[in-house]
Write a protein that binds this ligand. Structure first.
Ligand code: ADP
Ligand code: ASP
Ligand code: MG
Length: 464
């Protein structure tokens, strides 16, 4: 059985859902061919309609600021968009059912927004309840759209299928409980030869309180279901042709990377290749399930990226370059010359205490520099370290990460990379012993020129 996950742009409007239906029809036909090894599925995982999660979080913020009228206006516009998209459900009875569902969800949301507007406080728990609506409603529309187009589909409520801890807005799945819940909700649909359709990104605690898995988390849902139910492949349908050699929003002449190893994909996702949620790859690695990234706008074109445990050797040292902006560098210089283990332990304890994940780390004898994505708790971290260190922060920084399993076969790669940068100032530089990636930290303003130079040097003229 395969899992087909569709991102926001792949369910953004009626035309996108029409394409989804054709893709699922083809996947279903492939599953029931005599030569197919498994007649079940596919399982369909969908994101919220493109932009809907941002809108929901935006109106939650408005409610928190006391602007109830503004929040309700936005809610009404979002409801109208969903009703319009639900017009794809051609069967009148089926459509009436979907519209009633949308109305009920949005009425519930209106009550929440009204209450939060009075309280003027939006807790992570309420934020999850609001954000989850996007996937709950989109998946319900897609299930009915498939059914009304002659494919027997059934909606599965993600709040009953993905069980998580209570760490709202970035909830971790509870594996045994989720496996059991999926066996109860998804398995029977597969056995009955129906196509289960479930919203990504959403889960619930054991007590049934709605949670979310973090932004971009629908990919993670697909991988969790794939791992728990033993899928043969996880397909991530999106708006680009696959994993590209660099972020296409910055570099124009990017090309598709046809085959990646799990380790390469993991590094690329972690360092900013948004096409894949970083956590996605872990459950796939654990069960050795191939992941394929495909373009839902060009389903007939078999390009795409296949991600497996190993990739074919001999494709050059560099596979792709990932990048992310809006990074903060924290410099920590010891004031006591208390170095080595004691100092490092103290530093990382403080980051852990304030639940702030550290990405890149470089050290000298008396100082440590780290990069972080989420700078909300930096003031508290700085205060906690002030007795042992002088701490400074620098915002508006960026990370550029060169990734490739083949980097270890080219001992001179770092010097080639720095040469390609041609004078762009580098603030931090790190290469792990495994030599699968080289990470450079620089000012945000320098990222674009650096990326262009690196990409030109290693990919220009290379046939894809
Ligand atoms: P979806 O809504 O399908 O989940 P996302 O917006 O999360 O899609 O991810 C797809 C986007 O990721 C692409 O439109 C592209 O702009 C961006 N992206 C950034 N880096 C890369 C990369 N190296 N390869 C492919 N896409 C990338
Ligand atoms: N809709 C969620 C988001 O925008 C999850 C996802 O699309 O993967 O972050
Ligand atoms: Mg995504």
């Amino acid at each position: 059985m395969i899992i087909c996950k569709f991102g926001g742009t792949s369910v953004a409007d009626r035309a996108a859902i029409e394409r989804l239906i054709s893709i699922i029809r083809a996947a279903r036909q492939a599953a029931i061919q005599p030569e197919s090894s498994d007649w079940r599925g596919p399982v369909v995982v969908v994101s919220a309609l493109g932009g809907a999660t941002d809108r929901l979080l935006g109106l939650a913020a408005e409610a928190g600021a006391g602007d109830i009228d503004g929040a309700i206006d936005h809610l009404k516009a979002l409801r109208a968009r969903h009703i319009e998209v639900a017009g794809i459900v051609s069967n009148a009875t089926e459509r009436a059912g979907v519209e009633a569902f949308i109305d009920a969800e949005f009425s519930g949301l209106e009550r929440i927004v009204g209450a939060l507007g009075v309280l003027r406080e939006v807790t992570p728990r309420w934020l999850d309840a609001i954000a989850a609506t996007g996937e709950i409603v989109s998946s319900r529309i897609v299930a009915s759209a498939l059914t009304s187009h002659g494919l027997s589909a059934s909606w599965v409520d993600a709040r009953k299928a993905i069980v998580t801890a209570a760490d709202h807005t970035a909830a971790a799945p509870l594996w045994p409980e989720t496996t059991k819940a999926l066996q109860k909700t998804v398995d029977p649909e597969l056995v009955a030869r129906r196509i289960p359709v479930i919203g990504g990104f959403v889960g619930a605690t054991k007590a049934g309180i709605t949670t979310t898995l973090g932004r971009g988390g629908s990919d993670y849902t697909a991988a969790i279901i794939g791992a728990c139910l033993g899928a043969s492949e996880i397909q991530i349908w999106t708006d680009v042709d696959g994993m590209l050699t660099a972020d296409p929003r910055i570099i124009r002449d990017v090309r598709v990377v046809p085959h990646l190893s799990f380790a390469e994909a993991s590094e690329l996702a972690y360092f900013g290749a948004k096409v894949l949620h970083p956590a996605t790859i872990q459950p796939a690695v654990a069960r050795n399930i191939p992941v394929r990234i495909l373009n839902s706008k060009r389903p007939e074109d078999p390009v795409g990226t296949l991600i497996t445990a190993e990739r074919p050797a001999g494709t050059g040292p560099l596979t792709a370059v990932a990048s992310k902006k809006n990074v903060t560098v924290v410099d920590i210089a010891s004031t006591r010359m208390l170095m080595a283990h004691g100092f490092l332990r103290r530093i990382f304890e403080v980051f852990e205490q304030f639940k702030t994940a550290v990405d890149v780390v470089t050290t000298s004898e008396v100082s440590v520099s780290v990069t972080i994505d989420d700078a909300r708790r930096v003031p508290e971290i700085m205060a906690a370290l002030k007795d042992v260190a002088e701490v400074t922060r620098e915002d508006n920084m960026a990370v550029l990460c060169a990734v490739g399993d083949g980097l270890r076969d080219d001992p001179a790669f770092v010097s080639k990379l720095l040469d390609a940068m041609n004078g762009v100032p580098v603030r931090m530089l790190s290469q792990a012993a495994a030599r699968r990636n080289i990470t450079m930290v620089m000012a945000e303003a320098d990222l674009e020129p650096a990326l262009i130079r690196v990409h030109d040097r290693f990919f220009a003229g290379v046939p894809s």
